[in-house]
Ligand binder design. Structure first.
Ligand code: BES
Ligand code: MN
Ligand code: ZN
Length: 494
């Protein structure tokens, strides 16, 4: 979608829907303040007839009065003026888009009824995120099912300033779209080497990207990660992405590690057929880390950051890893495989160890669609965060609030650690059903070598069916990109 910032009173094109973002309690004066006396009449009648109050999330879609330059007037409730924030502006614009995307009109013009409250650049971000669509594999979609809005105009008293403020947010939207695309791609297309190729393509943004194959990982002793990929015809890969934007390019970096299971059948501990197609999304953590590196480079963040992606496919096969096998991880610790479906932690064990061993980062944050149990614990809106470091956890939680990507801290009780002691090896890869997300995190903790570390279990938030937020269409969410980008911007730059 083409986005432009325009000044109030600029000409309204043919086939335009005009969205007015109004506050609760001042809807009519809001409509009038847009200097749209012509619309005020029809708006007044509609308000008198119905229940639109301007409450958050309300949308009232009206035919414009005869002679009006726009074809439709869409009132979007933004809630109370005092509580209106960046995310509120994004959601309001996104709701307007949702109301008219299939209308047949081609231009959406968004105006804040109270221009002093508006955040035009945030409205633009909201539109970009709401208009995201993955339609690469549709060959005959009926035209009435295709979005008709091709262009958005956002009204701003200072269109030049808004355009300037939008530059960084556009980089963010690009990065989130990149992550969503990776998650949406089918698993026959996006296998580990293809994921690695797409990440390599980000070198054009100024990132350094190295790809390790199976022989190199063998050399490093990554028996834990490689064991997961044994049943697959596709080679496992480790992608190492670096952004050196810090004022001292040699300064200690911060690091992010992603679970990239391009498809998770469960392996020999095979999953049931029902819903197994969802396991193409099991690389959502790696996609979020790739998206983060994309935005850091895109907005030239003043930070040194490393992103490591463990890319594998978990398949059953005559040569696949078995329950009962013992593998040796890069850390030297041996792992008894109890369930081959607990594969994400095996991938991360080697990726985390490699990360701390090579880069000695200030901290590591890993993202993973790690456990079904986190969905049972927190439902479909919150991701869980586990950390051995309160400051890091607090920084993640603060960023989560600002960016409205909900996150909840979970415990790492030492007493549960014995659930993953093995009878014949150093550790086993499952700890039984009680506290399944917690024992998964405790497993990871054994591979961070005491570094400040946080683990985000995003199995609950990597995709949405159906969606509960207007800026996140059904499907891949890109969860994590904006939260991490915010944390970096607020706490680790300069
Ligand atoms: N990828 C799954 C976790 C998952 C489940 C993500 C549902 C999204 C939706 C993970 O690899 C897995 O299979 N975990 C098992 C662990 C168990 C075998 C200890 C699980 O959660 O059941
Ligand atoms: Mn699994
Ligand atoms: Zn998995």
């Amino acid at each position: 979608m083409d986005i432009q910032f325009v000044t109030p009173g600029s000409e309204i094109a043919d086939k335009t829907a005009l969205a007015l973002i109004v506050f609760e309690g001042s809807v009519l004066s809001g409509a009038a303040a847009e200097a749209d006396q012509q619309a005020a009449g029809v708006v007044g009648r509609a308000l008198a007839q119905g229940r639109f109050t301007g409450a958050k999330g309300q949308v009232l879609d009206l035919t414009a009065p005869a002679g009006h330059a726009a074809d439709r007037i869409v009132l979007v409730g933004a809630g109370k003026r005092e509580a209106f924030d960046d995310v509120g502006a994004e959601h309001a614009a996104a709701s307007a888009y949702g109301a008219v995307k299939l209308s047949g009109l081609t231009v959406l013009r968004v105006a804040f009824a109270d221009p002093t409250a508006g955040k035009p650049e945030r409205a633009a971000l909201g539109l970009r995120l709401a208009a995201y669509r993955f339609d690469r594999y549709r060959t005959k979609e009926p035209v009435d099912k295709k979005p008709s809005i091709l262009k958005a105009e956002i009204v701003s008293a200072d269109a030049v300033a808004a355009q300037g403020a939008y530059v960084e947010l556009a980089a963010l939207a690009d990065a989130i779209s990149f992550a969503r695309d990776l998650v949406s791609e089918p698993p026959n297309v996006l296998y580990p080497a293809e994921f690695a190729r797409r990440v390599k393509g980000l070198e054009s943004l100024g990132l350094e990207v190295e790809i390790l194959g199976e022989a190199e990982m063998e050399e490093l002793g990554m028996g834990s990660l490689l064991g997961v990929g044994r049943g697959s015809r596709k080679d496992s890969q480790l992608a190492i992405m670096r952004w050196n934007g810090g004022t001292d390019p040699a300064a200690q970096p911060i690091a992010f590690v992603g679970k990239g299971v391009c498809f998770d059948t469960g392996g020999i501990s095979l999953k049931p057929a029902d819903g197994m197609e969802d396991m193409k999304w099991d690389m959502g953590g790696a996609a979020a880390v790739a998206g983060l590196m994309h935005v850091l480079a895109g907005r030239k963040a003043k930070v040194n950051a490393v992103g490591i992606l463990g890319l594998v496919e978990n398949m059953p096969d005559g040569d696949a890893q078995r329950p009962g096998d013992v593998v040796t991880s890069m850390s030297g610790q041996t792992i008894e495989i109890i369930n081959t479906d607990a594969e994400g932690r095996l991938v991360l064990a080697d990726a985390l160890w490699y990360c701390q061993d090579r880069f000695k980062p200030k901290f590591m944050v890993d993202l993973a669609t790690l456990t079904g149990a986190i969905i049972i614990s927190l439902g479909n809106d919150y991701a869980g965060v586990f950390s051995n470091n309160d400051e890091l956890a607090d920084n993640l939680l603060a960023a989560s609030k600002t960016e409205a990507e909900p996150l909840w801290r979970m415990p790492l009780p030492a007493a549960y650690d014995k659930q993953i002691d093995s009878m014949i090896a150093d550790v086993k890869n499952t700890g039984g059903r009680p506290g399944g997300s917690i024992t998964a995190a405790l497993f990871l903790q054994r591979f961070v070598n005491g570094l400040p570390w946080a683990h985000m279990d995003i199995a609950s938030t990597a995709w949405k069916k159906p969606s509960s937020v207007p800026t996140s269409p059904e499907g891949a969410t890109g969860y994590g990109v904006r939260l991490l980008n915010r944390m970096v911007a607020d706490k680790y730059e300069g």
